[in-house]
Design a protein around this ligand. Structure first.
Ligand code: GLA
Length: 383
């Protein structure tokens, strides 16, 4: 790797799948790259434009090479990559460890080194690697190791996004495979139940995530509001802006990659505000990438996540995934601050952007149903 920092913090970008599915083409990618810059997303830290499934021809050519579908990408993939790069962004693509991708296009099984070289020649910077149509006799761990090795030696820095949905005990071998991120969950849908289920499924898996190898809870549905082409993902589904805010906060606190899934050419002000909150993004991008610990509440769907940041602050997220408004009392003892130490926490609210003051021993607050509070706390001497 030329860039020894590649994948140090969770990647941030946009991916075609959640909203557009099969309906992708050169224009969409170019317009989205334009929007990434003009909307301010790029300045907020979003970097990758990723084409998911359904980009290729149905067959490899006679020499076994993958080719872009000329109806969707008439100038080929290199031209798309060049355009994305001309905007100061990075370009991502998609393949699969099986014989076919999930949507039935050619997969990279037994073509790993050839495909890595093809992607490098097109100027690809990121590869999402799915897990469909894997031959039964093949061990998934071996196939991810293969593609990782191929990418790490293809002559170009390519971030490797392994997407095996948490199967095959992925937590125990993914670090060793060399992947930069690993999908730990099934596919997200544009509804609250899905957000809640995915987040809860990974709360006890935080110790497996860290710098250069991030637990990917799946792409964001923030701002989709039921606008997917795909019925299952959530055509006519959708969440409230507050639920999207909670979703974004969970993903940020849990160190998941922040890959946007909505149509970034048409974002509402509320969507922009959520996706570009610099204080919440800073928590996600903290250089140490420490997984949060959880402080439970007597109500099962209410919990606090605490993440130590590299400058000594604590990021504190109070989440209420339940259906009733709730009150909580956060005891500083649980975060390692005994009353006798003479220390307090100076709290800054990362959604209202206001200072809450200095608190000792406890912080008491209320959280709406499906809501959250994200605080950045600084340790201060109080006596
Ligand atoms: C799988 C992945 C999704 C998406 C689709 C494409 O379901 O988990 O994120 O890439 O395949 O077919």
């Amino acid at each position: 790797m030329e860039n020894k920092y590649l994948g140090m913090t969770p990647p941030m970008g946009w991916n075609t799948w959640n909203t557009f599915n099969w309906s992708i083409n050169e224009e969409l990618i170019k317009e989205s790259a334009d929007a990434m810059v003009s909307s301010g997303l790029k300045d907020a830290g979003y970097e990758y434009i990723v084409i998911d499934d359904c980009w290729s021809l149905r067959q490899r050519d006679e020499n076994g090479y993958l080719g872009a579908d000329p109806e969707k990408f008439p100038h080929g993939m290199k031209a798309v990559a060049d355009y994305v790069h001309s905007k100061g962004l990075k370009f991502g693509m998609y393949s699969c460890d099986g014989t076919h991708t999930c949507a039935g296009y050619p997969g990279s099984f037994e073509h790993e080194f050839q495909d890595a070289a093809t992607f490098a020649s097109w100027g690809v910077d990121y590869l999402k690697y799915d897990n469909c149509y894997k031959p039964n006799h093949m061990d998934g761990e071996i196939l991810y190791k293969r593609m990782s090795l191929a990418l790490r030696n293809c002559g170009r820095d390519i971030m490797f996004s392994a997407c095996n949905w948490g199967h095959d005990d992925v937590y125990h071998w993914i670090q060793g495979s060399g992947a930069h991120l690993f999908r730990s969950t099934g596919d997200i849908q544009d509804n609250w139940e899905s957000i809640k289920t995915l987040a809860q499924s990974q709360l006890d898996k935080m110790p497996f995530s860290g710098p250069f190898c991030h637990n990917d809870i799946d792409m964001l549905v923030v701002g989709m509001h039921g606008e997917s082409n795909d019925e299952w993902i959530g055509r006519l589904g959708g969440c409230t802006d507050e639920e999207y805010r909670t979703h974004f906060s969970l993903w940020a606190m849990m160190n998941s990659p922040l890959m946007i899934g909505c149509d970034i050419r048409n974002m509402s002000d509320a969507t922009k505000e959520t996706l570009m909150n610099p204080e919440v993004i800073a928590i996600n991008q903290d250089i140490e990438c420490r997984g949060p610990y959880i402080i439970p509440h007597y109500e099962k769907e209410v919990f606090t996540l605490v993440k130590p940041l590299s400058n000594g602050d604590l990021a504190i997220g109070m989440f209420n995934l339940g259906d009733q408004r709730t009150e909580y009392s956060l005891l500083f003892w649980d975060m390692g601050i005994p009353a006798a130490a003479g220390m307090g926490l100076e709290m800054h609210n990362c959604w209202t952007h206001g200072d809450e003051g200095v608190f000792t021993e406890r912080y008491v607050g209320k959280v709406e149903s499906h809501g959250c509070q994200i605080l950045r706390a600084k340790l201060v001497k109080v006596r």
